[in-house]
Design a protein around this ligand. Structure first.
Ligand code: AHR
Length: 501
């Protein structure tokens, strides 16, 4: 297969918001308890946080992290997680049919996020609770002192306010499974009043309103229209979620879901534009894709287990083990986010540790990186700067998810400060290598300074505690710069990071 790729310095999509590479972590399963926090583990620090997990997190350079849920947040009482730990109540987590010990709350999580170098993005409960509890949480978290709630925080040993700027107004409120599920108009009004109150407290706060839980929801995309008609002027982002899988073992269709996601984003961008025009509004609302990942390997099994278990504490839940195919998929999805970064400003991989996560942590055992860790890491490390509008001319295929899917999926980012162009290249062809010819216009010279590749693995193979480095990136080969163009062969089913200076 031949593929002609044109990279032009002046053909730009726009500046990528670094928060495109954010993450999400929820109080569920072993994400917090047994994930980032396991007192007594040989790697635990004085506060019980696992240093081995923290190191893997730090290496991802995650800009922001959404917390504490997810479905969990829709019945969460933030007050349960503050104050002396031995006095904190054990509660039922109705979303995941488990027990929540509240040993980690906002202040402990903030300590961990600070060590990890990540900004917090907090979600408030607009399911079982409302505006009053949300504004109290905001005051506790962000007000310096001299009021009842800010002084309460100080009395808990957290002198300085956390200064959280990103606030999610509930979670998946379109989902009938959600505790406190609402109609679009009911939710839109509540979100509007909450956003207004939050901005009254601090106009620089960014309010994130719930969009659809996925593009298969019966209310999609009408939900977004109705919600935004209630709150457009007071919100900054609308959140989208989508999880992926390949239960039918149709690799090309799986990879076609990358294009399907592009359509999802484009549709919601259209709804945003429609409501903006209808309201004669001046402000822009962007997309916050704050839950995305692969979730299908043990989804059905977990669904059955959860129904039959007896309210366990931190049970193993949604502990998907990812394979090489999933890594290729995640690489392509991140490419789509880069291409759509003019509308998607924030995106969060869901989740971060143990629960549908790039990092796993064994109880009393080692932490290890899943296959999907690497494409996420490379996008975060090298995908910052200006997204380029790259032309790719190559054979295409049709599948259930989308038509005209290019076998070669390419995204490009120009780092102006470093003068480096990074190309993220995915060859989705099942059997054919791509003979690539990449031309560069407007750049003084092109030298290949880095080539990392993930290639040659069986699609179904992944990593595990006993073989943590079975599927890893290695230095790539087979492409080189010739007469200012990048030429060579990219094997079937492979992913490459190419940095050119
Ligand atoms: O990430 C797991 C769950 O998926 C979240 O709690 C929920 O928001 C979504 O349905």
């Amino acid at each position: 297969m031949k593929a002609r790729v044109s990279v032009h310095r002046d053909f730009r999509i726009g500046r990528i918001d670094d928060r495109l590479y954010s993450a999400f972590i929820e109080h569920m399963g072993r994400a917090i308890y047994g994930g980032i926090y396991e007192p007594g583990h040989p790697q635990a620090d004085a506060n019980g946080f696992r240093k081995d997990v923290l190191k893997f997190v730090q290496d991802l350079k995650i800009p922001a992290i959404r917390y504490p849920g997810g479905n969990f947040v829709s019945a969460y009482r933030w007050e349960d997680g503050i104050g002396p730990r031995d006095q904190r109540p054990i509660r039922l987590d109705l979303a995941w049919r488990s027990k929540e010990t509240n040993q980690i709350g906002i202040n402990e999580f903030a300590d961990w996020a600070q060590m990890a170098g990540i900004e917090m993005m907090l979600a408030v409960n607009l399911g079982s609770r409302g505006l009053d509890d949300a504004r109290n949480f905001l005051e506790y978290v962000n007000f310096p002192g001299g009021t009842a709630l800010s002084d309460l925080r100080r009395s808990h040993g957290t002198e300085k306010p956390h200064g959280v700027k990103m606030w999610c107004l509930g979670n998946e409120m379109d989902g009938p499974w959600q505790i406190g599920h609402k109609t679009a108009v009911e939710y839109g009004r509540l979100a509007n009043e909450t956003a207004k109150a939050f901005k009254g407290f601090d106009p620089t706060i960014e309010a994130i309103v719930c969009g659809s839980s996925n593009d298969g929801m019966p209310t999609y995309p009408e939900w977004e229209r109705e919600v935004l008609e209630e709150c457009y002027e007071n919100v900054d982002h609308i959140s989208l979620h989508k999880y992926f899988g390949n239960s039918s073992r149709d690799t090309l269709n799986y990879f076609g879901k990358i294009e399907e996601t592009g359509r999802y984003i484009q549709t919601i961008a259209g709804v945003i534009d429609y409501v903006k025009a209808k309201k004669r509004a001046k402000n822009d609302v962007s997309i916050c894709f704050d839950e995305w990942n692969v979730w299908y390997h043990i989804r059905e099994e977990d669904g059955k287990r959860i129904k039959s278990w007896d309210w366990p504490e931190a049970p193993a839940l949604l502990e998907e083990t990812y394979n090489f195919e999933d890594a290729l998929f995640v690489a392509g999805l991140l490419n789509e986010f880069i291409r759509r970064s003019d509308r998607v400003r924030i995106a969060c991989i869901a989740q971060l540790v143990n629960v549908i996560a790039p990092i796993r942590a064994e109880k009393n055992g080692p932490a290890w990186r899943q296959t999907i860790y690497y494409p996420y890491q490379f996008a975060s490390l090298y995908g910052r700067g200006v997204a380029l509008n790259i032309a790719v001319d190559c054979p295409t295929y049709d599948c259930n998810a989308a038509d005209d899917v290019k076998y070669l999926d390419v995204a490009g980012v120009y780092d102006e400060a470093e003068g480096v162009v990074t190309l993220f290249v995915l060859n989705r062809h099942l059997t054919e290598a791509a003979e690539i010819d990449v031309s560069f216009t407007g750049y003084s010279s092109a030298t290949l300074s880095l080539h990392l590749a993930m290639a040659g693995y069986d699609l179904r193979v992944g990593n595990g505690p006993d073989q943590p480095d079975r599927v890893v990136p290695v230095p790539g080969s087979g492409v080189a710069v010739e007469d200012g163009a990048l030429k060579g062969s990219v094997p079937a089913l492979s992913y490459h990071v190419l940095r050119l200076k």
